[in-house]
Ligand binder design. Structure first.
Ligand code: FAD
Ligand code: NAI
Length: 467
């Protein structure tokens, strides 16, 4: 049983979903995973554990701050971090076990160990005991994902100076947490520990957090995080750290003026991005080319420069998102059986799972201005939405951007509770090339937060009702 149509290296969202789709299409599929659990970064140390902690910490904060207003008198909630972490682990285990089940159901053969490409059509798997098995495959898919980007001069020890992985399993709530990098991980994990009682300072190199997001969203959201207690040191870089038994001294410098300062922290979370992971894969030997950023170089159909070797997910160009990796896995499996697999990179949503959430799809105003595209904007605040008021979730707004001439939807940016759920009606609309009027004329159930999305679409034509 070592001859396969496809061997997939790495069982993160790209690899496992691609493997399942290929098996559904009748191919004989094997997967190789070096971890002892499937699901990759996402299920083990990424999306899923972070959302388990975000949900639990949000409930903690609700109990602390909102219950009394809702007429529920309870004594002040007490944190049981052990149980919170046990909840997180149970969620991880349930999800990874789900993949084992799906592999069995789809008759996919799973090998545990490190995969290395030996030649076209040949892959070796080395398990933890050093035992090697050789597999042959008509096609090989590299889905090896990404790893934490190190910060030069700062050693991540996963104790006092942690990456996202250590940041998901702190043993106690730090009094002072310094987050290096005001991106998605920094703000999500910063939110978790801030809600549980940490004083969080975000040190961001650029002048704004969440680079690349719509400017108006970033401005409003930064204000909301400040209200929640976040401190920001923007336009500031970390130049060194000194760890002692007491904590960490973090030396920072203003990026422009060079003004130096030393900040004290109990824990430092380094979250300055991720980089593609290709170590030990044997790419040099088989001649697979990387691009200028160390990603596996592919053509428009996920094919590397070597016949029969393909790559998807975080290890290739594009946003490092689980759902992007999944779409690529599906599209590639379909291409490999001669179908027209395709990913629409213009319509990939992005969600930041803070409170409120940020959800975004399509172009920002800044991008459209740079491209010289004329557009109309429609906005609607959740403070004018009945359901949001009932739930004490009035922070935020929906911003719709549509082409000035055709009304075709070009982008949508939502800041609000459940923004990550609401964005999908706009994703679907954009997939069909719809207009803001299409959404404005679709009946939305009352009372729902989604009515704000409809009202923002109506506001493109300045005919919103409730604001
Ligand atoms: P990965 O998930 O990284 O999987 C690659 C797998 O390949 C790994 O299991 C690895 O062990 C294995 N592997 C590597 N090399 C080999 C080898 N030679 N042999 C065998 N196995 C190998 N994205 C979202 O969309 N939403 C989120 O909410 C979100 N939250 C995140 C939170 C955190 C803290 C982090 C770190 C990331 C988060 N992401 C999120 C990003 C998301 O996890 C990645 O985009 C996604 O996991 C990429 O999938 P992938 O299949 O390309 O790679
Ligand atoms: P990121 O790219 O989102 O943010 C990194 C931030 O660090 C940027 O704001 C950048 O300007 C800043 N930075 C870079 N170097 C710095 C330095 N030396 N000092 C100070 N700041 C510096 O990366 P992050 O947050 O680490 O996340 C990695 C990836 O994981 C992201 O690409 C994201 O797509 C994915 N992810 C997605 C999530 C989601 O979809 N909800 C959640 C978490 C991660």
């Amino acid at each position: 049983m070592t001859d396969f149509d496809i061997v997939v290296i790495g069982t993160g969202p790209g690899g496992y979903v691609g493997a399942i789709r290929a098996a559904q299409l009748g191919l004989k599929v094997a997967v190789i995973e070096k971890r002892h659990a499937h699901g990759g970064t996402c299920l083990n140390v990424g999306c899923i554990p972070s959302k388990a902690l975000l949900h639990a910490s949000e409930m903690f904060e609700e109990a602390e701050h909102n219950f009394a207003t809702l007429g529920i008198d309870v004594s002040a909630p007490k944190l049981n971090l052990g149980n919170m972490m046990a909840h997180k682990q149970k969620v991880i285990d349930g999800n990874t076990a789900g993949i084992d089940y799906l592999f069995k159901k789809n008759k996919i053969t799973a090998f545990q160990g490190m995969g290395k490409i030996l030649a076209v059509g040949k892959v070796a798997v080395t398990d933890d005991d050093g035992k090697v098995i050789e597999l042959s495959a008509k096609n090989i898919i590299i889905a090896t994902g990404s790893e934490v980007m190190p910060l030069p001069g700062v050693e991540i020890d996963e104790d006092k100076i942690v990456s996202s992985t250590g940041g998901l399993e702190l043993k106690g709530v730090p009094k002072k947490l310094i987050v290096v990098g005001g991106g998605v991980i920094g703000l999500e994990l910063g939110s978790v520990w801030s809600r549980l009682g940490a004083e969080v300072t975000v040190v961001e190199f650029l002048d704004n957090i969440l680079p690349g997001m719509d400017g108006e969203v970033v401005k409003n959201f930064t204000r909301m995080l400040k209200k929640q207690g976040f401190k920001f040191k923007l336009g500031t870089k970390v130049v060194g750290t000194e760890t002692s038994a007491k904590g960490v001294k973090v030396s920072v410098e203003a990026a422009k003026s060079g003004k130096a300062e030393v900040l004290d922290a109990d824990i430092v979370l380094v979250a300055i991005g991720r980089r593609p992971f290709t170590a030990g894969l044997g790419l040099d030997a088989v001649g697979v080319k990387l691009d200028e950023r160390g990603r596996v170089a592919i053509d428009g159909h996920f094919k590397t420069n070597v016949e029969g070797i393909y790559a998807i997910g975080d290890v290739v160009v594009g946003p490092m998102l689980a759902h992007k990796a999944e779409e690529e896995g599906v599209a590639l499996a379909e291409i490999l059986v001669g179908q027209a697999g395709h990913v629409n990179y213009d319509v990939i949503p992005g969600v930041v799972y803070t409170m409120p959430e940020i959800a975004t799809v399509g172009k920002t105003e800044e991008q459209l201005k740079a491209e010289g595209v004329a557009y109309n904007v429609g906005k609607f605040p959740f403070s004018a939405n009945g359901r949001a008021k009932a739930m004490l979730k009035t922070d935020g707004f929906v911003k719709f951007i549509a082409d000035k001439a055709t009304d075709k939807v070009l982008g949508c940016h939502i800041v609000g509770a459940s923004a990550g759920e609401m964005i999908h009606e706009v994703v679907l609309l954009m997939e069909f090339g719809g207009s803001s009027e299409d959404l404005a004329r679709s009946c939305h159930a009352h009372p729902t937060m989604s009515e704000a999305v409809k009202e923002a679409a109506m506001a493109v034509d300045k005919r919103q009702i409730h604001s």
